[in-house]
Ligand binder design. Structure first.
Ligand code: ATP
Length: 610
């Protein structure tokens, strides 16, 4: 019974708080439909009682008419039949209305919860994306949050409905014999244990399986996604990943089936207990009717009430187990929504403005989570307004990390970045980032129109067609866009209809245009020409000074011929500043920069060490 130990019934206070929080979300997302859904559900729980009562009167009326051999009660019987039909119709109408209200309410809630998830996801500190545990939390939240609060409401309403119906049925049966009520309750004990037990077991199973499920989702993407499709074919990796997917999938499903198999056996046993209860109760009622101590109508009433009572009990236990399961899963959704955001303005908060003086890096150090080696170690330098600074260095030297620290996508472990003399921690990060424009090494491809792809650099203002064209021209992509079937309105990419796919280099030019369109005082270009052809690269770099005129620029590049135009070059090695100076100064000093420059330009003597 390894699994049973895992059931956590502790912290009822916390669970209750989560329940209330979930119900608050349901109410906030759709008050009208939530109220209607609840009222209809409760109304419907009274229907069976009225129906059973009518059946009893009807049966007795028919029996007495038959035994007296007279049809004089025909009118009364007809009224009872019409009443029963009306009741049936009302129940059906309420059922349909309830379905409609439930659907509308769950749609409203789903949209509301996606809103919460999405706004949290875009606000959350970027550093979370470097932690594997984060993706497990995110996966569980996305899986549960859109519908779990609704499940809590529905299960609570079901508990109330089932309880109400059970009390009414038990009341009816008590008019006959109390032992039947006891039998009814006792016969359901195995069921409630079963449901509660397996809710916990399955919850822990799904939680433990999140990482494995992500793994199979990843293999599935490798086999079906657009990006991997070329390598998969070229290297013939299909079978390899199909095997990995199958292994991962079977691992999850086999474990799940083992639990479900066990539950099925116990479920069969509990069904046997309930069938035995039916046998005993039917026997008691039949004997009482044969002995004449109860009327035929009473017999019909008790039999139906017993059957309905069993159904209500089953519903009650299902809903209770559902609530228990909800209490476990809703925690996952709130775990994500409650993740702390550390990258925010610290007091005293100051509003940043366009750069006037400089950006100063003071002794910056930073390590990625789970990586003991710092990516940045005690880095200090200054970037003056209007300067073009190049950052060079071998792979993994920390160049991209430094760019992210500058935009405050991460906070350093120690040291600080000062923007015009103020520690950037005191700025609202969103306001601060408005003064930065970045072409990331892994820039985004938006499946939108060409114009929108550029406009994503600054969505604050509309009607900037002229500026979009200027940015496209500067990035050397205007001719291509104008040649597209609908020019700037042509959909780019391969996801949607009438789209036009671009080459990687063309995408990169679009990304450059996007960053130029942002018109921010500080530009960071992280390997902006890695995919450009020689002509385009030459074009862009020969005009770089023009392009960034009036701005401060930080250029990260492996191509040494491109960085010679910078006012100053910072050489990073192993996360630290190894050298800095102009191209000429660095060449004269004959250090690591000279060595790399000579190797790349294939100049004789490149083999020497400094
Ligand atoms: P490249 O020239 O290859 O782009 P880079 O100089 O830009 O490299 P960074 O990407 O800043 O280097 O990486 C610096 C160091 O941080 C490397 O050692 C890298 O392995 C490590 N690193 C980068 N991203 C992560 C991450 N998400 N988690 C852990 N370590 C990371």
């Amino acid at each position: 019974m390894e699994e049973s130990k895992k059931i956590d019934l502790s912290r009822p206070g916390k669970k209750l708080r989560l329940f209330f929080e979930a119900l608050r979300l349901v109410w906030k997302s759709s008050p009208l439909w939530a109220a209607l859904n609840t009222v209809i559900s409760i109304l419907r729980s009274i229907m069976p009682l009225a129906f059973i009562w009518l059946i009893r009167i009807l049966t007795d009326s028919i029996a007495s008419a038959v035994s007296s051999g007279m049809a004089h009660d025909g009118g009364k019987i007809m009224i009872l039949i019409i009443l029963a039909a009306l009741l049936y119709f009302t129940d059906e109408v309420l059922s349909e209305l309830g379905n409609y209200a439930r659907k509308k309410q769950s749609d409203d809630l789903e949209q509301y919860m996606y809103g919460l998830l999405h706004s949290k996801s875009v606000r959350i500190d970027l550093i979370n994306f470097e932690k594997t545990g984060y993706f497990d939390i995110l996966t569980r939240a996305v899986r549960e949050a859109p519908w779990r609060p609704n499940s809590i409401l529905n299960n609570m309403v079901s508990v109330i409905r089932a309880l109400l119906s059970l009390v009414l049925m038990a009341g009816l049966i008590l008019t006959f014999r109390w032992t039947i009520v006891i039998i009814m309750l006792a016969a359901n004990i195995p069921s409630i244990w079963l449901r509660l037990h397996f809710s916990g077991v399955l919850y822990h199973f799904h939680r433990d399986q999140t990482a494995e499920a992500r793994k199979s989702a990843y293999f599935n993407w490798l086999l079906t996604g657009d990006r991997p499709s070329r390598e998969i074919r070229l290297f013939g990796l299909g079978e390899y990943f199909i095997n990995l997917f199958n292994r991962s999938f079977s691992r999850q499903k086999n474990d799940e089936m083992r639990i479900i198999r066990k539950r099925t056996y116990i479920e069969m046993f509990s069904a046997l207990v309930r069938a035995a209860a039916f046998l005993v109760v039917f026997r008691i009622i039949a004997s009482a009717t044969l002995s004449g101590s109860v009327t035929l109508g009473q017999m019909a009433m008790v039999l139906i009430a017993f059957r309905q009572g069993m159904i209500s009990l089953k519903d009650l236990f299902s809903a209770t187990a559902g609530l228990y399961e909800d209490s476990l899963f809703i925690e996952d959704a709130f775990e994500f929504l409650g993740l702390r955001e550390n990258i925010k303005a610290e007091k005293p908060v100051t509003a940043p403005g366009p750069l006037e003086k400089n950006i100063v890096l003071n002794n910056l150090s930073f390590s990625y989570p789970g990586n003991h080696e710092p990516a940045i170690r005690n880095v200090s330098f200054e970037i003056g307004k209007g300067e073009i600074i190049a950052i060079v260095g071998p792979n993994g030297a920390g160049k991209s990390t430094l760019a992210r620290l500058l935009c405050r996508l991460y906070d350093p472990d120690s040291g600080s970045v000062e923007y015009d003399g103020l520690d950037i921690r005191h700025f609202d990060p969103d306001l601060y980032r408005k003064y930065f424009s970045v072409v990331f090494q892994d820039f985004m491809l938006y499946n939108l129109t060409a114009g929108e792809n550029i406009r994503m650099g600054n969505t604050d203002e509309n009607d900037q067609e002229a500026e979009i064209r200027v940015a496209a021209t500067k990035a050397g992509i205007s001719d291509l866009i104008e040649g597209l079937p609908s020019g700037y309105n042509t959909m780019i990419g391969n996801l949607f209809e009438d789209s036009r796919e671009l080459s990687w280099g063309e995408w990169q030019k679009l990304a450059i245009a996007r960053s130029l369109f942002r018109n921010a005082p500080v530009m960071i270009l992280d390997e902006p020409s890695s995919a450009l052809d020689a002509d385009s690269e030459y074009e862009i770099f020969s005009r770089l000074r023009d392009m960034v005129r009036g701005r401060t620029a930080i250029l990260i590049s492996h191509r040494f011929t491109n960085v010679t135009l910078a006012d100053r070059i910072i050489v990073l090695e192993n996360g630290s500043v190894a050298e800095s100076g102009t191209h000429e100064e660095l060449i004269r000093s004959g250090g690591i920069y000279t060595r790399m420059y000579l190797k790349q330009t294939n100049t004789p003597g490149s083999g020497r060490t400094s």
